[in-house]
Design a protein around this ligand. Structure first.
Ligand code: HEC
Length: 135
């Protein structure tokens, strides 16, 4: 291969690598911004919320991105929850309403498939913070 071609190949490789690194950095920044906004809006801790979601076993009924093993299909997928207009088609999708839903789904929609699980106020707030990162 002529030397000029080698330089060209090297330049091309370096450009592709730089683009990849920039892409990863942009993705990480977007995720961080989503997390900060979700935590500001809900007042909860999204990391603790993800752990609480796993501990309550919400994933046995819901697909929940970022929660290992959350592949249930009894309830709707919780992907893109942050950009939905309503919760269970009943409540406006806002933090206080989400906390109320998580703690008392049977009060909001009597007889629906989501059980009351004695969710604490703290856990509901943290789970809301996590769910609002799902945009
Ligand atoms: C036994 C199954 C089951 C479990 C466990 C369960 N859910 Fe649900 N969930 C449902 C069903 C069914 C619905 C749909 C209710 C409706 O629309 O009337 C639902 C609805 C929801 C919604 C509203 C979704 C939407 O599209 O409007 C959210 C948010 C939610 N669940 C979060 C959770 C969280 C967080 C947990 C764990 C604390 C959990 N669920 C545990 C079955 C379950």
């Amino acid at each position: 291969m002529p030397a000029s071609l080698k330089w060209l190949a090297l330049l091309f490789g370096a450009t592709a690598l730089a683009a990849l690194i920039a892409g990863i950095a942009m993705y990480a920044e977007t995720r961080t911004r989503s997390r900060i906004m979700a935590e500001q809006v809900s007042g909860g801790d999204s990391k603790a919320g993800r752990l609480a979601i796993a501990a309550y076993g919400c994933g046995s009924c819901h697909v929940i991105p970022g929660v290992p093993g959350a592949t249930g299909v009894v309830g709707p997928s919780l992907d893109k929850l942050a950009i939905r207009a309503t919760i269970a088609g009943r409540l406006p999708n806002a933090p206080a309403a989400m906390e109320h839903w998580l703690r008392h789904p049977q009060t909001v929609v009597p007889g629906n498939g989501m059980p009351e699980q004695d969710v604490t106020a703290r856990d509901a707030r943290d789970m809301t913070a996590y769910l609002y990162t799902l945009d």
